[in-house]
Design a protein around this ligand. Structure first.
Ligand code: ATP
Ligand code: LTN
Length: 332
């Protein structure tokens, strides 16, 4: 008998335009993993509304992210690509799991602490329970592996805790998921402040490279990257700007940071930056033209996300029914 393929689930929020961090921390690895796993790749629009979104931008970005998934090389024939809000089980399971989550553990989430810092009294409750929705996304598909950037590690720990808690309280229901965090692309840093994560919600456009940035913009942003005055290309925390560029090149070329260092021994920052920019452009250009093509073919995109939602609804509903039954709800 054919063995069941292990399951992968991951998602990106349509809360801003995607960055090189999203690409190297998440997407590029999904592409590499797709053949060995049964994969669900979701555009997590329910997550995006924890921050106010302009409806028309949310619509455009949701479809653009789906296009980026496909353009990056995720095969829609072999994987399940869908939009989170098309699968109501995510919201329902999230309520059920919210009722076994603790205020304490949610208050300890660093992403919540960071994002709520400047919100005063108007911190929306969605931001607080966001990790429970993420746990529901993952657990509904009996996911084995979750490929994400290192910033999501704590959220994944919570998903594991919630799975174990439910399994223990009722009876074995959920697979306990493992994170998959890449070596070089795990945390791409802000180009202007390399102590911070590169983020699509940053105020300064020079801080990030967008997946859809044109070549000239990429060249300009990389040449303006904040580095140091040491003038040697070394992989060390004392040179966070250079370390970040080494990580970027290493993730794109699929070579180790040490190999990058030896390639650039004795060379200057200007030449190094030029090569990093060209490597990014070479990687992104084919993807960008494919995205533009796909965005002009809404019917095709619709056929993909409709088929994806059908499959995702079927699988997630089975898990949701199990949860409801174990909790003690009357079967309908
Ligand atoms: P924001 O920056 O607005 O908080 P985000 O980009 O971190 O948003 P998502 O869009 O949900 O949030 O991230 C999708 C995936 O991209 C996640 O797996 C996340 O770990 C990864 N990711 C995001 N930024 C980076 C980064 N700078 N380096 C590596 N991976 C990243
Ligand atoms: N919280 C994640 C996005 C996300 C996700 C998921 C990632 C939502 N649900 C399920 C993996 C699996 C973030 O990167 N901000």
């Amino acid at each position: 008998m054919e063995e069941r393929k292990k399951v992968i689930f991951s998602g990106i929020q349509p809360s801003g335009d995607l960055t090189l961090g999203n690409y190297l921390g998440a997407l590029k690895n999904w592409v590499n993993l797709q053949d060995s796993y049964d994969c669900y790749f979701c555009v997590v629009d329910l997550h995006a509304i924890t921050v106010r979104q302009e409806p028309k931008d949310l619509r455009r970005r949701t479809l653009e992210i789906l296009s980026i998934y496909i353009a990056a090389g995720i095969d829609p024939e072999k994987n399940t690509l869908f939009i989170q809000s098309h699968v109501p089980a995510h919201s329902e399971a999230s309520w059920l799991l919210t009722c076994s989550s603790y205020m304490g553990e949610l208050s300890r989430m660093t992403q919540f602490k960071d994002k709520s810092q400047n919100m005063g009294d108007s911190i929306n409750a969605g931001l607080f329970v966001y990790p429970v929705l993420m746990a529901s996304d993952i657990l509904l598909y009996n996911t084995d592996l979750v490929p994400v950037g290192s910033d999501q590690k704590q959220h994944l720990e919570l998903a594991r805790d919630l799975a174990e808690r439910f399994n223990h309280l009722y009876s074995p229901t959920f697979t306990v998921p493992e994170p998959y965090i890449p070596k070089s692309g795990a945390k791409i840093m802000d180009l202007q402040d390399p102590t911070k994560k590169m983020s699509k919600s940053s105020q300064n456009p020079n801080a990030y490279i967008l997946i859809m940035d044109p070549p000239e913009t990429i060249r300009k942003k990389i040449s303006r990257t904040v580095t140091d005055s040491l003038g040697v290309i070394n992989y060390t925390d004392d040179q966070p700007g250079i370390k970040n560029l080494i990580n970027i090149l290493s993730a794109i070329k699929d070579i180790s940071p040490e190999e990058v260092v030896s390639l650039y021994k004795g060379k200057g920052y200007a030449e190094f930056k030029r090569d990093v920019a060209e490597a990014i452009i070479e990687e992104l250009e084919p993807l960008q033209s494919k995205v533009k093509e796909l965005m002009n073919n809404k019917e095709y995109l619709e056929s993909i996300y409709k088929r994806g939602a059908e499959k995702a609804n079927y699988v997630s509903m089975k898990t949701l029914r199990k949860m409801q039954k174990k909790i003690g709800f009357i079967p309908r």
